[in-house]
Design a protein around this ligand. Structure first.
Ligand SMILES: [Fe+2]
Length: 180
């Protein structure tokens, strides 16, 4: 997985949006915002993903498939929706099986976008309360496992003044050393 600062240049969200020259983001920076990731080769991934799931208490999982072919006419609208800045009250855990895409996460307290370019074998955990968004890249397809603890709510809370004071958002800010 490659992590770098998003260039904020208007245009197709599916383009890399990498500064020239690129501004890579270190492991340390991702640690500070509580974003976790592992690389587990897809060939024979089951036992390693199972072990990690057990260790972290992810009891359930399903598979999602996002592609132009799969979604047909609603494709453009759907991927615009995924790209709305939002947070959840649960962790967002994804293991990429095929295809690729970009998760953008907000760095705190700079509010800069960090782009995570994910590909097969990447497992990422976005903490509850972090603002983020997702887009496919120009490959236009991704297949991923979603791992979760009990019954995830999957509710996206778009960024608003109300969401800013959601207890899960406030807890997240505390966990990264920002806010009271
Ligand atoms: Fe999300």
């Amino acid at each position: 997985m490659r992590a770098y600062y998003y260039d904020n240049i208007p245009g197709d969200q599916r383009l890399p949006h990498d500064y020239v020259p690129s501004r890579p983001v270190s492991e340390d920076t991702l640690d500070k915002i509580n974003v976790k990731h592992w690389t587990i080769p897809v060939e024979g991934y089951e036992s390693k993903v199972n072990a990690l799931a057990q260790e972290r208490g992810y009891k359930n999982r399903d598979t999602i498939n996002v592609s132009k072919e799969g979604l047909g006419e609603v494709y453009e609208q759907k991927i615009k929706g995924f790209f709305e800045e939002h947070m959840h009250e649960d962790e967002e855990i994804r293991y990429i099986l095929s295809g690729s895409g970009f998760f953008d996460v907000r760095e705190t307290p700079t509010d800069a976008w960090i782009r995570l370019a994910v590909e097969p074998g990447d497992l990422i955990v976005l903490p509850a309360g972090i603002y983020h968004r997702f887009t496919l890249d120009e490959g236009n397809c991704i297949k991923a496992l979603r791992l979760f603890q009990d019954e995830p709510k999957w509710v996206p809370y778009n960024r608003t003044a109300d969401t800013d004071v959601n207890p899960h958002r406030v807890n997240y800010l505390k966990s990264v050393g920002v806010g009271a």
